[in-house]
Write a protein that binds this ligand. Structure first.
Ligand code: CUV
Ligand code: SF4
Length: 639
């Protein structure tokens, strides 16, 4: 294709059709003028395979690959005889395995870091929240009275390590769940032992010729997913808090306008908070600041993107430049001097865009290199070696900036950092015993229920649009919204993470928000912080008056623009924990199959939650509201 053909092709995509994010639109238009392609263009040119989209194909062995008919799912079987239900449940299981592996691997890295800090050989980080450490240790049955913090911490490391390595028994954080939820899991045979074991077992059970009954495989799907939510993710969140501080509300700025034309701009994009924390230390180093100034910059400007950015926004108020579908677009500003990435959700396409605009892109994690992109390994024992080098390279690029700079001016403010502890403090008071204000307000109906709206953005739907419309509709109907992941940035850009947004809420929720001074939409952090939602619902059950298992609560979850396997694992652990969970975009199971019915209807009968699906945000809201109202009726509220 000649360059002019390509430009023609790029220009056929109208930015306003693919995103409601004003700054991303501007940068996509600029990218088109510059002849630069992004995932939006590729999505438009790559039609999704209709068989793969519905998960009606299998390539688990060389007798295949086998394609079944997604329109007439029982008309064919694979060469080995595998039915549509076997093929779909196996594919789904593998997505859960990969998603769970991602969060548990991240959690295990956090544990290794924590162990290094506790043993004293890692010196660049320290325990910053001992109160949290003692509280979590107590919860896990570790003696805390009259003991040195480091002693308790050592026992806590050993206990939390079971999350990954335990072969028999139950994951430590299973204890946190309401008794009735735990019993439901035991009865269903889905209590995870250790994440490594569960991921190993699910991988073998999905090999050709293994578990070929979806009603049996679902047990391992649930067990593995639960090892994510109540295991890897929960450990990552809790250790993150112990090392980097438990978040409390902080005002932060989001959107591309956080870049500064006259400063050295550095973006950290990824998922592990340690890289970001060390980068923060580097950009505050007087020597490096002096170097930046010597090169003509006013200073060094550090901003985040995606999940580690959300952790740092929640804990330190570090500005956040945008969510997953803005990571290529922001490079088009020409203003990003360096971008350092670690793990997860790093598009390979970034390399080419960075190259076009002279941004120095670096990978830092041994697990995630990108071909052709320089790698500067981040080592926890000497973290500054990596982060200082990135800063130096960014300064060099600043000094030699050649591309014209075009930073869209828009910046939006929001309140971030609602940890489950803070939600308790704000809306809970003492949550054990008598009802809390949160439960009270749900019981009296001012708040109808709570919805978690989380997850990615996806170029198959208009970026941010589904998130924003859904959340607006929910709060208008007096449903309090809690958020994690990229979704939270969508809503922050729309201005809904501010107390002033209370006027968009229904009268009941608005009244509560105004009394407490809180936004109707609460940002809880990164994807691993979905575990905060689990802990928050446990607290709601413990506070009383709303039933005695998670499945009794008037709550619902949604990932309206999901794209990753991690999102599927998260969805599954919410479903297995008792939460009605609805996804948008597409769903990788053929309707009218037994596996679909199992996921969308039958799990609920076992005391779990269930899956649901809708593309349109208003349909999605209606379904979530209907579910919340059904749960309210079952609790006998509003009589
Ligand atoms: Ni975990 S998983 S796009 S960056 S929320 Fe963001 Fe976050 Fe999905 Fe990825
Ligand atoms: Fe086909 Fe069965 Fe092999 Fe899958 S496992 S590719 S369905 S023969």
């Amino acid at each position: 294709m000649s360059k002019s053909d390509k430009l023609q092709d790029l220009n056929s995509l109208n930015p306003a059709d693919v995103t409601i994010c004003e700054t991303t639109q501007k940068m996509l238009a600029k990218a088109h003028r510059d002849g630069v392609e992004t995932a939006f263009d590729r999505a438009a040119n790559m039609k999704a395979c209709p068989i793969g989209e519905k998960s009606a194909c299998c390539k688990h062995c060389a007798m295949g690959p086998c394609r079944l008919n997604a329109k007439d799912p029982y008309s064919k079987v694979g060469v080995c005889g595998a039915t549509i239900d076997t093929i779909q449940s196996r594919n789904f299981a593998r997505m859960v395995a990969s998603g769970t592996a991602s969060h548990t691997d991240h959690g295990m890295e956090m544990l290794n870091l924590f162990k290094g800090v506790v043993s004293g050989h890692i010196k660049d980080y320290e325990i910053s929240d001992t109160e949290k450490l003692i509280q979590v240790a107590g919860e896990l049955g570790i003696a805390t009275e009259d003991r040195e913090v480091l002693d308790i911490a050592r026992d806590l490391c050993a206990e939390m390590e079971k999350t990954y390595t335990q072969i028999e028994g139950e994951l430590p954080f299973i204890k946190r769940a309401p008794k009735k939820t735990q019993e439901m899991w035991r009865e269903a045979g889905v209590v995870p032992r250790g994440a490594m074991r569960e991921i190993m077992e699910i991988t073998t059970r999905t090999h050709m010729g293994m578990d070929q009954d979806h009603t049996n495989l679902i047990k391992q799907i649930n067990r593995t997913a639960l090892a994510d939510g109540w295991g890897g993710s929960m450990v990552a969140t809790e250790i993150g808090d112990m090392l980097f501080g438990t978040p409390y509300p902080v005002v932060g700025e989001v959107n591309m306008g956080v870049l500064k034309e006259d400063e050295v701009n550095i973006i950290i994009h990824g998922h592990e908070p340690n890289l970001f924390d060390s980068m923060l230390a580097s950009v505050n180093d007087p020597e490096l600041i002096a170097k930046a100034q010597a090169s003509g910059a006013k200073g060094i400007n550090l901003v985040g993107m995606c999940c580690s950015g959300l952790e740092m926004l929640s804990r330190r108020g570090v500005p956040h430049a945008g969510n997953f579908m803005s990571t290529e677009a922001i490079l088009v500003t020409g203003a990003v001097d360096a971008m350092a990435v670690d793990v997860q959700c790093i598009k390979q396409g970034l390399a080419k865009v960075a190259d076009c605009y002279g941004t120095k892109l670096f990978t830092t994690n041994p697990r995630a290199h990108i071909e052709g992109v320089p790698h500067i390994e981040f080592e926890e024992d000497y973290p500054r070696e990596c982060t200082d080098t990135v800063v130096e390279m960014a300064i060099k690029r600043y000094a030699g900036r050649t591309a014209p700079i075009d930073i869209p001016k828009r910046k939006d403010k929001g309140v971030f950092g609602f940890s489950h502890e803070y939600i308790n403090y704000m809306l809970g008071g003492t949550f054990r015993g008598s009802y809390t204000p949160l439960n009270d307000n749900i019981i009296n109906g001012r708040i109808r229920g709570v919805a978690g709206v989380v997850g990615c953005t996806n170029p198959r739907v208009k970026q941010d649009y589904v998130h924003v419309e859904l959340v607006k509709e929910l709060i208008k109907n007096d449903i309090l919204v809690v958020q994690t992941g990229c979704s939270q940035i969508s809503l922050a850009k729309a201005g809904l993470l501010t107390p002033e947004a209370a006027h968009l809420a229904g009268p009941g929720l608005a009244e509560v928000c105004e009394t407490v001074g809180m936004p109707p939409v609460l940002g809880l952090g990164a994807c691993v912080d979905n575990s905060r939602i689990l802990t928050a619902v446990c607290n709601m059950v413990a506070a009383g008056g709303l039933g005695d298992s998670i499945a009794d609560l008037p709550v619902a979850g949604a990932a309206p623009e999901w794209m990753s396997e991690k999102a599927i694992a998260i969805g599954q652990y919410f479903v297995a924990s008792g939460v009605y969970t609805i996804f948008g975009v597409t769903f990788p199971i053929v309707e009218q199959t037994k596996f679909y019915k199992l996921m969308f209807e039958d799990l609920e009968k076992q005391g779990m939650g269930k899956w649901d699906f809708a593309v349109d945000p208003h349909d999605m809201a209606a379904k979530m509201i209907a579910h919340i109202e059904k749960k309210r009726a079952a609790l006998g509220l509003d009589k």
